[in-house]
Design a protein around this ligand. Sequence first.
Ligand code: ZN
Length: 222
Amino acid sequence: MEIVVAKEILKANDLIAVANRMKLDEAGVFAVNLLGSPGAGKTTLIEGLAKHLDGRVRIGVIEGDLETAQDSQRIEALGLPAVQINTGGGCHLDANMVSSAIKSLDLDSIDLLFIDNVGNLICTAGFVLGEHHRIVVLSVTEGDDKVTKYPPMFQRADTVVVNKMDLVEFTDFSLDRVRDDERKLNPQTLVHEVSATRGDGLAELADLLVVGRQAWIDSSGA
Ligand code: ZN
């Protein structure tokens, strides 16, 4: 019974995600769903990328959290439009929540929309939100076994960002293992290493997003 219910929920979610996607396409907004564990550094990554994207694309952010507005306040402090979704304890964002959030953003003044999902490596993977690109942030302090432990999350990633590389020397994290495991799951996924706090690798990641958005525009005629 439970399985049937879960399938129906996902089907309803997918329909709303398609509508979100159409709305974003019409407005020329490239949406990036950011996933990862609590503390992986998703919000810090957005803050770091914003500096490199400034003047190139206009950014907006949807922040998903259980209760607080701490993360959206961090984003607003950068002068970027941010909408907070509080899931009221729910462990993932769904397309319906994103649909409401999109309505309170001025899409005409945004080129690139980051959707900072609830910190969670499990069920967030199953809910498409209407995004064009999925980034999974994995920090080296979480360990290098996460790709094999949470395959749905990593299989559906367009990019895996390995964060906190400034701390790697204090851990037994193997970047080679993550690259190998990811290649077996999804050979198309790009694995890119950064230190969001120190800034290493952020310029290259910002370039990847700008190029990705341009390729999407060129292919869709948006
Ligand atoms: Zn959940």
